[in-house]
Design a protein around this ligand. Structure first.
Ligand code: HEM
Length: 171
C-alpha cells in the first residue's frame, strides 16, 4: 500500500465511522426520549416493573459511550485532515466557523447526556422498581423527554454545520 493509499483509505474509514456514530447517537437518544415517556407511561404496573429495569441500563451504557466516541471520532477526523493529509486550516473562515459550531453543539449535547439525561434516567430506573406511576416519576419522565428531544433536534443542526462546512466556498 502506498503512502497516498494509506492516507486516503484512512480518511474514508474514519469519515464513515464518524457519520455512522453520529447518526446512531441521535437515533438512540430520540428513541430513549420516546421510550421513557410514552412507552413507560402506557405500560401497566407489572409490565413496567418487569421490562424497564431490564432494558434501560443497556441503553444508558450505549448512549454514554456512543456520545463520547462520536466526539472522539470527530477530533480524529480533524487530526487526519490537518496533520496527516496536510490541509491548511484558516481560523477566520466559514469552514472553521461551521466546524466550531458543530463541535460546540455536539459537546454541549454530550454534557447534557452525561450530566442531565442519564442522571434523570437513573432516577426513572429507581422509581420504576416497584412499577407504580407516581407524580414524581411523571415529572422526571417529562423532563428527561424534553432534554432528549431537544438534543436529537439539535443533531440536525450539527449535520447542517458539518456538511455546510465544505459547501458555499464563496462565503
Ligand atoms: C465534537 C464533535 C465533532 C467533531 C470534532 C467533528 C468533526 C468533523 C470533521 C473534522 C469533519 C470533516 C469535515 C471535512 O470534510 O472537512 C466532519 C464531517 C462530518 N460530520 Fe462531524 N464532528 C463532530 C460531531 C458530529 C456529529 C454529532 C455528527 C452528527 C451526525 C456529525 C456529522 C458529520 C457529517 C455528516 C460530516 C460530513 C460532512 C461532509 O461530507 O461534507 N459530526 N466532522
Amino acid at each position: 500500500m502506498t503512502d497516498f493509499e494509506f492516507k486516503t483509505i484512512g480518511w474514508f474509514v474514519l469519515r464513515c465511522t464518524h457519520f455512522i456514530l453520529g447518526f446512531i447517537l441521535f437515533g438512540v437518544i430520540y428513541y430513549l426520549g420516546m421510550f421513557t415517556s410514552r412507552v413507560v407511561r402506557e405500560m401497566d404496573k407489572d409490565m413496567r416493573k418487569a421490562i424497564v429495569p431490564n432494558i434501560l441500563p443497556a441503553y444508558f451504557h450505549w448512549l454514554k459511550w456512543e456520545a463520547l466516541w462520536t466526539v472522539l471520532s470527530g477530533f480524529a477526523l480533524f487530526f487526519w485532515k490537518i496533520v496527516v493529509l496536510g490541509h491548511s486550516f484558516v481560523l477566520y473562515s466559514k469552514y472553521a466557523l461551521f466546524m466550531l459550531m458543530g463541535m460546540s453543539v455536539t459537546i454541549g449535547i454530550t454534557f447534557t447526556i452525561w450530566f442531565v439525561i442519564l442522571p434523570l434516567q437513573d432516577r426513572i430506573l429507581e422509581l420504576t422498581k416497584h412499577g407504580e406511576w407516581t407524580e414524581e416519576l411523571d415529572s422526571i419522565v417529562w423532563r428527561s423527554r424534553k432534554f432528549a428531544h431537544i438534543s436529537s433536534w439539535l443533531g440536525i443542526l450539527v449535520v447542517v454545520f458539518m456538511v455546510g462546512a465544505n459547501y458555499f466556498p464563496y462565503l
